[in-house]
Design a protein around this ligand. Structure first.
Ligand code: PYC
Length: 310
């Protein structure tokens, strides 16, 4: 199985170029559901140890079904498919450029949650125009055992997020363990309290905000991802959810820039235009770098060929 690895603002992406499972010819959303229901061993074996680690987001590259798109993609982690993934879309654009499949300019990708547009500025810099994002609920409160009461907004940015404005723990790389522990507890408390996204969807990402370290940035974040890893980047879909909240609160005007810093200090420049359905159309600009071009080997005699599950 051929894969190309990259990182976007520190967050890894593994694009499966060939050798993925046959998912038939349904819609991309149907094929994504089939990937999760029938091929989770494939997902885990691609992203987990011993070939990877649980922060890697996989991107299964497929031929587009629409003439205006250059590629179709299904994003996944070790547990599930992801509707959209901002950092991996930037990584995918840089990977396709590395392969000579796209040139600087505008391109469209099909994802299970809709078409997203990318602008490849140069070999490493990409702007992603994400799907329409919106805030579903403002100021949702939840009691977290041993940690107190947390209030945040529930918003969609291609994935579901619970966004807490002020982290009680400093957003520093040295605090990643306590930040992970706290956000996992918040996520469990939301679940236990029956707080969900639209149509009962699991809120699988939790985002904490605090002041930036770099004076050129507007905010710093920590983002818990569904598989339990934290996002090394400022999280493209998390930034989209943040933009929806900033717009709804009247804090940021359409077209105005916001610089979001991650817990490791990497940044995305983000802005929005008004959407057609009352939400915002986010643009997320960041940089990715290709780190390897490799073949994965699945030896039937290898007891860990399907990944080490915890
Ligand atoms: O950049 O949207 C993102 C993302 C989601 C999970 C990890 N990164």
């Amino acid at each position: 199985m051929r894969v190309i690895d990259s990182h976007t603002a520190g967050e890894p992406t593994r694009v499966v170029i060939e050798g993925g499972p046959d998912l038939g010819s349904g819609s991309l959303a149907e094929r994504a559901a089939q990937l999760e229901a029938e091929h989770i061993d494939f997902c885990a074996s691609v992203v987990l140890e011993p070939r990877g680690h649980n922060a890697i987001i996989g991107a299964l590259l497929l031929p587009p079904t629409r003439e205006d798109c250059v590629a179709a993609v299904i994003y996944f982690n070790n547990l599930q498919n992801l509707g959209m993934c901002g950092h991996a879309t930037i990584g995918l654009a840089v990977t396709l450029a590395h392969m000579g499949r796209i040139e600087p300019g505008r391109h469209k990708f099909e994802t299970p949650v809709g078409v997203v547009e990318v602008l490849l500025h140069d070999a490493n810099t990409v702007s992603v125009v994400n799907v329409e994002s919106y805030r579903l609920h403002k100021d949702v409160s939840v009691e977290v055992e041993g940690a107190g009461r947390f209030t945040g907004d529930v918003a969609w940015g291609g994935n579901w997020f619970f966004l807490v404005k002020e982290s009680p723990i400093a957003l520093k790389a040295a605090n990643i363990l306590p930040l992970t522990d706290l956000t996992m507890k918040i996520r469990s408390a939301l679940e236990a309290a029956g707080k969900t996204g639209a149509n009962g969807a699991w809120i699988d990402h939790v985002e904490l905000f605090g002041p930036p370290e770099d004076a050129a940035a507007d905010s710093r974040n920590f983002v818990l991802c569904p598989g339990g890893a934290y996002d090394r980047s400022p999280c493209g879909t998390g930034c989209s959810a943040k933009l929806a909240c900033l717009a709804a609160d009247g804090v940021l005007a359409p077209g105005e820039d916001w610089v979001q810093e991650s817990v490791i200090g990497s940044t995305y420049r983000i802005s929005y235009q008004l959407g057609e359905e009352g939400g915002v159309i986010p643009t997320v600009t960041g940089q990715a770098f290709v780190t390897s071009d490799a073949n994965l080997i699945f030896d039937p005699a290898d007891p860990y060929r399907l990944g080490i599950r915890s």
